[in-house]
Ligand binder design. Structure first.
Ligand code: MN
Length: 323
């Protein structure tokens, strides 16, 4: 944090970016860091490779986040890259980042590539939001409502509303400080979770029809085909959390969702209960993530991909449960 504070003091023009398919931690941390830098009198651009998901439009300053199709790429001296485990997750911002002299990589993914000039990686942290909270404290900056809303969003989404094992005593202590600013956490959660578009529910309905089980009910899996997206008038964003329905079934240890994209590649999301490390499975296919939540993207025919993923998952199940 000392090195990061020193870099902030030394530069004037900043860029903050995050991963493809940005989530609550990605955009919440991005805006909280934006507010921090603005308070230090800096010039800051927020550019991602993907558009801001609609459910996060309530975040203060969210309108300032551009996605680079429309944005003129700035001449930044320093780029902050948040919540990105490997450079591939930067999408079409990757090349732009390669041209920036100083890159500060702030993340909490185990197995981060450490692609930055400075890498602040702490996998004990629930979220990048929790890291940015500590940066505010370290720099002795008062936390006010707008950044508290963003940090709360980052933490609540990345901990599955404080249910995942990444939620620690420190997480709750940080959140208690955020609540002291007077933010309305019920309102925030209503914005994130109780604003479901019909398209999302229709997509869930179609996906649930495909729910199947393997390994004596220990694996639950579902499919979303490109046809289903059009039938439900849904987008990729609408498929978030659907995988959890498969994992939450009684007796299921690993939930898997296969999403077919129009370009022919298949995105596979994994969720597990505490015993199984799904990051290990995803990383065999070039993906990554966390112990209980991971993903990878594979090219190929759905049938073949399904067979390979199942084989790897059963292997992981056998080695984790029988021991
Ligand atoms: Mn995160």
């Amino acid at each position: 944090m000392d090195r990061i504070a020193e870099q902030i003091a030394r530069h004037k023009k900043f860029l903050i970016t995050t991963h493809v398919y940005p989530d609550g931690d990605a955009v919440g941390s991005q805006i909280a860091l934006f507010i921090l830098l603005k308070r230090m009198g800096k010039e800051v651009k927020l550019i991602n490779s993907f558009p801001l998901p609609a459910r996060y439009k309530f975040l203060p300053n969210s309108g300032l986040i551009k996605h680079n199709i429309n944005a003129t790429l700035p001449n930044s001296e320093l780029a902050f890259v948040l919540d990105v485990g490997s450079k591939g997750r930067l999408g079409n911002m990757r090349e732009h980042i390669n041209n920036i002299k100083t890159v500060i990589n702030i993340d909490h993914h185990l197995g981060n590539d450490c692609f930055g000039t400075i890498n602040w990686i702490d996998s004990r942290m629930s979220s990048v939001g929790e890291l940015i909270f500590h940066l505010y404290k370290h720099m002795k900056l008062e936390i006010r409502k707008p950044e508290a809303i963003c940090l709360y969003t980052a933490i609540v989404t990345d901990t599955g509303s404080f249910q995942y094992s990444n939620t620690s005593v420190e997480t709750h202590l940080a959140v208690s400080e955020l609540l002291k600013t007077g933010i309305d956490h019920t309102w925030i959660c209503n914005q994130i979770y109780k604003n479901i578009p019909v398209s999302k529910l229709k997509l869930l309905q179609l996906a649930l029809e495909t729910l199947s089980f393997d390994a004596k009910g220990k694996i639950g899996y579902m499919f979303i085909t490109s046809d289903m997206y059009s039938k439900a008038r849904a987008t990729e964003e609408d498929s978030e959390e659907i995988v959890e329905y498969a994992r939450n079934v009684k007796g299921v240890e690993v939930g898997i969702l296969f999403k077919q994209h129009s370009k022919g590649n298949i995105k596979i999301s994994f969720r597990s209960r505490s015993k199984i490390d799904v990051r290990k499975i995803a990383s065999k296919f070039g993906g990554g993530g966390h112990h209980n939540a991971a993903a990878c993207t594979v090219n190929g025919e759905l049938k073949v991909v399904l067979k390979n993923i199942m084989r790897a998952t059963i292997l992981e199940l056998e080695s984790s449960i029988s021991v």
